[in-house]
Unconditional design. Structure first.
Length: 325
């Protein structure tokens, strides 16, 4: 399932690919290094693309009256229009894409937390905003997973990002084929994964697939894609995940002994209390699918939404709440 489609991910070139930082350095990212071979990367460095070169004087976001400008302190060059023009033109020609990983807090690529200065002088920041390129990408692709390398150190954010980009890549592949049976199969195989995000969205997606209005197939795929993006827009709440776990366990309620049922309920409860990761009850449930030869359950994307080689239990230490911001 997870290996069936490679996501297309746009990534800041300085994150392990090229020495294109303003000071000529490259930034090491263990996560992006792990992704190599599993995704198709498209590289981007907007500051180089607008002609600033490497090395270069750094740029900053400066408050100028009621607007924000992108300025180079040492030269006082204003590159605002160049950056906006580049962003608009790139966004217009981007074809297949499933997600973005951009440099954190960069005045160009940052998706949040970018410092805003009152002037070009030696002064402290007075606020925060999005980078000019990162903000433009968020406006043009509001439904896609867009993260920076810093936030991806959080286990739940990283898990959600991987789940979303690989799920969207699998959908993009079946949409290209354009067959109803493939859409039905996708919905079936992703039932519990989608339930773990939103049972309401799962039902809405099911109604789209049923197509009682007999809409043209192209319209059905377009509606499904829009609702799928909405379903995957934010990391899932643990309550929805527990609901999905309980629904899967229902497949085995008449097959397990009382002690096994207790052990499974205890694993789900420990997940609820953040004492174990979700992989613990998931592993139990999949073992039951194998044991009782339940192919429908065993083939669910819920168990392996992305390649198992990308699983990493490292975490920044930020808790569940930070993944919901």
């Amino acid at each position: 399932m997870a290996a069936s489609a490679k996501p297309v991910v746009y990534v800041s070139k300085c994150l392990g690919f090229d020495h294109c930082r303003y000071n000529g350095l490259i930034i090491s990212s263990d996560f992006i290094r792990l992704l190599r071979g599993h995704v198709n990367f498209a590289l981007v460095c907007p500051e180089v693309e607008i002609g600033l070169g490497v090395p270069r004087y750094p740029i900053r976001v400066v408050q100028h009256g009621d607007s924000l400008r992108l300025l180079q302190a040492e030269t006082e060059a204003d590159v605002t229009e160049r950056m906006i023009d580049y962003t608009e033109k790139l966004a217009a020609r981007i074809g297949d894409v499933d997600g973005f990983i951009l440099k954190s807090r960069s005045p160009s690529c940052g998706i949040d937390g970018v410092k805003v200065y009152p002037s070009l002088g030696k002064v402290g920041a007075q606020g925060k905003t999005t980078g000019f390129f990162g903000g433009g990408i968020k406006r043009h692709f509001p439904a896609l997973p867009i993260e920076d390398e810093g936030r991806l150190n959080n286990f739940r954010i990283r898990e959600h990002f991987l789940t979303a980009v690989f799920t969207l890549a699998r959908f993009r592949r079946i949409r290209a084929a354009g067959r109803t049976r493939d859409l039905v199969g996708f919905q079936s195989q992703h039932k519990y994964l989608l339930m773990a995000y939103s049972q309401s969205d799962l039902k809405k997606l099911g109604r789209i697939v049923a197509n009682h209005e007999r809409l043209p197939l192209e319209k059905v795929f377009a509606d499904y894609e829009s609702r799928l993006h909405a379903a995957l827009a934010r990391p899932p709440r643990y309550t929805a995940q527990i609901n999905a776990l309980e629904h899967v366990s229902g497949h085995f309620s008449k097959l397990l002994g009382s002690e096994e049922k207790w052990f499974l309920r205890d694993a789900v409860e420990k997940f609820r209390l953040e004492q174990v990761p979700m992989s613990v009850p998931l592993f139990l449930l999949r073992s039951y699918a194998v044991r009782f030869e339940d192919e429908y359950v065993d083939n669910q994307a819920f168990f392996e939404p992305y390649p198992k080689e990308l699983i990493s239990i490292t975490d920044s230490g930020k808790g569940r709440a930070s993944a919901r911001d």
